[in-house]
Design a protein around this ligand. Structure first.
Ligand code: HEC
Length: 214
């Protein structure tokens, strides 16, 4: 009898309680609870201040090799962009002209976003194949090519949030779009239409195909 009680107690603690708790987390009994490893695979964002940057480091000298092997075939040896692939280097002082060249150097406000984007999405077609150190190296190389850091500067998880990018002041804050937030920092819920002023035309920056009729 004592043995049975003991077995039942053990059963309850080991099997039944976890099942009951588990079931209550999955109200409709759909899907499965993500494991820590699965969550870590998704949790790769690196924020402007560097929060979330994985431990690692690299400099531009080592980054040149990563870049030549994995990036130059599309983005060009010097980040000039082959054919219609995006340019990654140059474009300074072009943002307020009719032909803005938006690159990681001229446009992007944070080095940490370069890390986030490159690790998340590049090389195009084989995203997330770079190691963390390779990503630091290639970001350092792009920062060096854009004359933001020296070639031997060791970029790492501690300092990536502190790199001062040339265009960091070039964004309007708070975001004035009515569906994001109004200027008091609160979302706009009614009468949100704000006057529109046309300040440029797609034709001027040559992104509209020629059409004889217009
Ligand atoms: C097969 C071609 C290809 C390769 C190789 C490649 N990229 Fe790209 N890259 C692209 C394309 C296409 C885009 C634009 C993607 C988009 O807008 O969705 C892009 C966008 C980017 C951007 C954003 C550009 C901008 O200003 O919007 C960066 C930064 C970048 N790539 C870095 C890299 C790095 C670093 C590597 C090497 C590790 C790399 N890419 C390899 C094709 C490539």
């Amino acid at each position: 009898m004592f043995d049975l009680v003991r077995k039942l107690t053990i059963f309850f603690i080991m099997i039944a309680i976890p099942i009951i708790l588990h079931a209550s987390e999955r109200k409709f009994n759909l899907g499965k609870i993500a494991t820590k490893t699965e969550i870590a695979g998704w949790d790769i964002d690196v924020r402007p201040d560097g929060m979330g940057a994985p431990i690692g480091s690299g400099n531009a000298i080592d980054g040149e090799e990563v870049y030549a092997e994995q990036c130059a075939s599309c983005h060009g040896d010097f980040g000039e962009g082959l054919d219609r692939w995006p340019e990654l280097v140059g474009g300074e002082d072009s943002l307020d002209t009719y032909d803005p060249v938006k690159t990681t150097g001229s446009y992007w406000p944070y080095a940490s976003t370069m890390y986030d984007y490159i690790y998340r999405a590049m090389p195009f077609g084989v995203a997330q194949s770079l190691t963390h150190d390779e990503t630091y190296r290639v970001v350092a190389y792009l920062l060096y090519m854009n004359e933001i850091i020296e070639e031997d500067f060791v970029l790492n998880d501690k300092n990536i949030g502190k790199i001062k990018m040339p265009n960091v002041e070039g964004f309007l804050l708070p975001d004035p779009r009515p569906d994001i937030a109004n200027l008091n920092g609160k979302p706009c819920m009614k009468n949100c239409v704000s006057p529109t002023k046309i300040i440029g035309k797609a034709r001027d920056i040559d992104v509209t195909p020629e059409d004889e009729k217009s």
